[in-house]
Design a protein around this ligand. Structure first.
Ligand code: ASP
Ligand code: MG
Length: 473
């Protein structure tokens, strides 16, 4: 086994789908790698599939399993065109063939896998992972080749040889020790030779070599996992926005980049719907204490967000950012006869769990005679049906008067270190909302220390965000 890689000059850069989605974008990525190589002797690149490719692959497979085969030919043609454009724009004619051969092979594999699913009339999670992984298995060799023609010593590394996972297809869990070993054996020596590994994000393989994926958006997770096990000194997630914003700029035009966030803040933001980072991506770097930056491929000199274990500038109670999750329902179980009856809450959540619905938030309502919680709106009917069945007797006896839902509602979450424990913060939030005429339907119970969540009617989201945004920063 190779010696542990110990250099303190290693950077992992992950590029998202839009960053590699067009010839222009991929050329920009190559320039960025070229540029930062001047400062960082060891660079590992992790790439997503070209934007939209994973969606196309999975959609086609699912349709085929339902007997709809017409889209396969079209999908193959579209995928071929997307990659061909990059090949033709960025690679001189003489060197196009080898990478084009790889891409054609992947597309052939795609067709064979999807045809098999059509024959079986079934798309298993295992099969879907084999299909989904093909996107990165095309983008990584392509990017590596683009780097090579610029004179950079890039080499494609398939994460199937690097990231060892369990067999939980479509949301596989990496196995840390075997993955660490592979990284030391395969990645570290390449870095020591001065090569630039270009690793397929998103995917891994079981110990037996069966392809798995880490879940949609999982390339961030790949990058932070690899960084934590090398270990690297920093991870940069390159995307198409200027880091983490104080709010969604489409809703709040004054939204700004948040310059620094703590791991805890970013974890809450990811959990509560901010799409900048995969929620799981943060954990490996937290444990390893590696700073992570979120940067804009298309504005590399513009503002970005640095995510650190602790913010030295943390003023407790300052709101750093606001996020929204929409299309939710607040389910309410209410009745005077519930007061003091033990086990009602446990039975409520057991019934909900039985429908395989995840509860986003348990809330405090104005009345003590009710239990309220938030679920995705599209699960409302099955959740209420399950509760009505579980509480049949109580409903008949009128101990429970009603099980109903208020919908659509949205959760607005304010994130900031010490938010929950700093006196006056909730008051300021409520005051701002009151002035804007926004009614707070519920507030979060037992939310994390760094987050404060409110439920509002979906119609009030815009007014609420605009009222709250001046409190950020
Ligand atoms: N390509 C995968 C997806 O679209 C993984 C990623 O881009 O993070 O989900
Ligand atoms: Mg992503």
């Amino acid at each position: 086994m190779a010696a542990a890689f110990t250099s303190h000059s290693t950077l992992v850069m992950k590029f998202g789908g839009t960053s590699v989605g067009t010839p222009g974008a991929m050329a920009q990525v190559a320039s960025l790698i070229e540029r930062y190589r001047q400062d960082w002797p060891h660079i590992v690149v992790v790439t997503s599939a070209l934007s939209g490719v994973t969606d196309t692959l999975l959609r086609t497979a699912r349709k085929a399993a339902q007997g709809e085969m017409v889209s396969l030919r079209q999908a193959r043609a579209d995928l071929e065109t997307r990659h061909r454009r990059v090949v033709e724009a960025l690679l001189p004619q003489g060197v196009q063939d080898p990478v084009w051969f790889v891409i054609q092979n992947r597309l052939d594999a795609f067709v064979r896998l999807v045809e098999a699913m059509a024959v079986l009339g079934e798309a298993t999670p295992r099969g879907l992972d084999a299909v989904a992984a093909l996107g990165e298995r095309m983008s990584a060799p392509l990017l590596a080749r683009v780097l090579e023609v610029r004179g950079l010593p890039a080499v494609t590394v398939d994460a199937g040889d690097l990231v060892v996972t369990d067999a939980h297809f479509q949301a596989a869990h990496p196995l840390v020790e075997p993955t660490r070993q592979r990284i030391q054996q395969r990645l570290a020596p390449l870095l020591e030779e001065g090569r630039i590994p270009v690793v397929t994000g998103f995917l891994g393989a079981t110990e037996d070599g069966v392809t798995t994926t880490l879940g949609r958006g999982g390339s961030d997770y790949s990058a932070s996992l690899i960084a934590s096990l090398l270990p690297a000194d920093e991870v940069w997630i390159w995307t198409d926005v200027n880091g983490v914003m104080t709010a969604d700029p489409r809703l709040v035009p004054e939204a700004r980049t948040v310059p620094r966030l703590s791991y805890r803040e970013v974890a809450e933001l990811a959990y509560f719907g901010a799409k900048v980072l995969h929620p799981k991506a943060i954990r490996p770097v937290i444990e390893a204490g590696i700073p992570l930056r979120v940067r804009n491929t298309f504005d590399p000199d513009g503002p970005d967000t640095l995510i650190l274990a602790r913010r030295d500038d943390a003023e407790p109670g300052r709101i750093m950012a606001l996020t929204v999750i929409r299309d939710l329902a607040m389910v309410i179980v209410e009745g005077r006869g519930m007061l003091g009856v033990p086990g009602v809450a446990a039975r409520t959540f057991a019934a909900v769990a039985g429908t395989n619905t995840s509860v986003l938030m348990i809330s405090l309502a104005s009345s003590e005679q009710s239990i309220c919680f938030i679920v995705p709106q599209n699960t409302t009917r099955k959740v209420i049906a399950a509760l009505e069945e579980a509480f049949q007797q109580e409903l008949a006896r009128k101990d429970i008067d009603r099980i109903w839902a208020m919908e659509p509602v949205a959760i607005i979450t304010a994130v900031g270190e010490g938010l929950r424990n700093t006196p006056g913060v909730a008051g300021r939030l409520f005051g701002a909302l009151g002035q804007a005429g926004v009614n707070i339907v519920a507030i979060a119970q037992g939310a994390s220390e760094v987050a404060l969540s409110l439920v509002v009617n979906q119609d009030d989201v815009l007014a609420a965000l605009q009222a709250l945004h001046p409190l950020t920063g």
